[in-house]
Design a protein around this ligand. Structure first.
Ligand code: SF4
Length: 523
């Protein structure tokens, strides 16, 4: 599995500086850290083991017992600062300069007569610090929090880790509901957070799944997770290498890695190592394939059916017909294939092959059901027949298992290119996750068919094997061209004009050749 790292990730300068200051404290036993220095369990445990006392973020009202108090990178209000100083505490301040900027901006707006609106999470310690110094303000977490305000001067600041797109949406809503108001916006989103979010946006286009490393209560880490999810890429939020589960990556060839701003470099490296050590886990016999298909059925991606987004008119025109046809293509009962598999398994003494073929057929039917549900959600009717699909089925049924598998293999190669293009062609999170699920499964189906074709060729002379491979490749290429022509609209919408399509088809054919060759060593 290939692992691609985001080009901006992990510790930001604010957290790094805070950790450096904490490290330089000579007598940690005399210092209480006022809240979580960073939202990172591992760091907190390390600090505790050095002798620091800790105040839970929810219990910062009490006066810490130690003579010194360390203020975290998230900052505190001036009111809180005065309270601690008047209790005789020495303050060690690690507030990030970018958080200070939010405080300064909000106070300046209020002094100029603006009613301050803070975009961010109401209960986040950073936001609490900002609002505590204001006479009156509103915190806006979502567009639904926006209302009409009596004041005619509205000043807006953001929590440092708010996604720019959310800030934009909320500001648009403020403008819409307060048409006559003077609105001033101070952009206080921090650049390191922005860099990490933009890096994720670039990375998700190149991978099949994402791993995000960071504390479960780290706001910016959760934002990264959300961003991947919105892009329709399966994503796993882990706090350490111990959380990595190999089952997540069945069929995944390329995974992306990123991390929140409070994640240590060593934690990222450990997760990277854990990912790179995952065994390829390729099944090599029918019993293992049965196991694989069963496990796969238990770790399906969650389809975000509740997402409100629907296909745009342009998307509908481009993809609806082809989704109808692919839905039909995935929906066969597989009875002929299973009969041929039964005969073959009796002949070669491999009874488990029938069960593995049955589970394979079930996966294809699951794809058909997902696509059917998607069509229904979009109000697009299903179709009962289509000429290229009929031709495909008739040809497949002409001869024995080997021809059937070759034609199935051709269909899977096409599906690999088609669903990748379809995923690019649509903004629908539902359709994108369906495509990702099918692509994951198809990548294993390719191996499944290649292994069996390889087994069927065992005992043939080398020259004959090469000839068969040439015939198989020619058939796959012909199928690819036919499918591109039939679904050219959808392929083009996904950036697959005939030239890039053909290049990709040739690459996939070479891959099939390699898989069949390497399957000889696997079996
Ligand atoms: S995420 Fe941004 S604001 Fe927060 S500590 Fe890091 S640099 Fe500072």
């Amino acid at each position: 599995m290939k692992i691609l790292r985001a080009d901006a990730m992990g510790l930001c300068f604010g957290v790094r500086d805070a950790l450096r200051i904490a490290e330089s404290v000579e007598n940690p036993g005399s210092v209480t850290i006022h809240g979580d220095l960073v939202h990172n369990e591992r760091v907190l445990v390390q600090l505790q083991s050095r002798g620091f006392s800790m105040t839970n973020e929810a219990q910062r009202d009490a006066v810490p017992p130690t003579p010194a108090v360390l203020i975290t990178a998230h900052g505190i209000s001036d009111r809180e600062r005065r309270r601690l100083e008047s209790a005789g505490k020495t303050l060690i301040d690690t507030t990030c300069p970018l958080v200070r900027r939010v405080h300064r901006s909000a106070l300046a707006l209020e002094q100029e007569g603006f009613h301050v609106l803070v975009i961010g999470r109401r209960n986040h310690v950073e936001v609490r610090g900002v609002v505590e110094d204001l006479t009156a303000c509103d915190v806006l977490e979502t567009r639904e929090d926006v209302r009409h305000y009596e004041r005619k001067k509205l000043g807006i600041v953001c929590q440092t880790t708010v996604p720019p797109s959310l800030s934009q949406e909320i500001r648009a809503m403020v403008r819409a509901l307060n048409p006559g108001a003077e609105i001033r916006f101070v952009d206080t989103i921090c650049q390191p957070t922005r860099d990490r979010q933009e890096a994720v946006d670039r990375l998700v286009r190149r991978v099949e799944a994402m791993v995000v490393v960071g504390g479960k209560n780290s706001n910016n880490t959760r934002q990264l997770v959300e961003r991947c999810r919105t892009a329709g890429v399966p994503v796993w939020h882990v706090q350490s290498a111990a959380d990595v589960d190999r089952q997540w990556f069945a069929g995944v060839e390329t995974v992306g890695l990123t991390a929140g701003t409070s994640t240590l470099d060593e934690t990222i490296d450990e997760v990277y190592d854990a990912l790179s050590r995952l065994p390829a886990g390729i099944p090599t016999n029918s019993r293992q394939w049965v196991h694989h298909f069963r496990r796969n059925a238990e770790s399906l991606l969650e389809i975000p059916w509740d997402e409100p987004g629907r296909l745009s008119e342009v998307e509908r025109r481009a993809v609806s017909r082809s989704v109808q046809v692919f839905q039909l293509g995935e929906s066969g009962g597989g009875s002929r294939l299973l009969r041929a598999a039964q005969m073959h398994s009796t002949r070669v003494g491999d009874p488990q092959y029938v069960e593995s073929a049955r589970l394979f057929v079930l996966e294809e039917q699951r794809h058909a059901a997902l696509l059917a549900q998607f069509l229904e959600r979009e109000g697009i009717p299903r179709i009962g027949r289509q000429w290229s699909n009929g031709l495909f089925r008739k040809t497949r049924n002409l001869a024995g298992l080997e021809l059937m598998l070759t034609i199935l293999l051709a269909a899977e190669v096409v599906a690999t290119i088609y669903y990748a293009a379809l995923r690019r062609a649509t903004g629908s999170a539902v359709l994108r996750v369906i495509c990702t699920q099918i692509l994951r499964d198809e990548s294993w189906h390719l191996r499944f068919q290649c292994q069996r074709l390889s087994r069927l060729a065992l005992g043939r002379r080398r020259g004959l094997q090469r000839l068969m491979l040439l015939i198989q490749t020619a058939l796959i290429r012909a199928t690819c061209l036919l499918v591109w022509w039939t679904h050219r609209r959808a392929f083009r919408a996904g950036g697959m004009g005939i030239r890039p399509f053909w290049r990709r088809a040739r690459r996939e054919c070479r891959r099939v050749g390699r898989l069949i060759d390497s399957a000889r060593e696997e079996i």
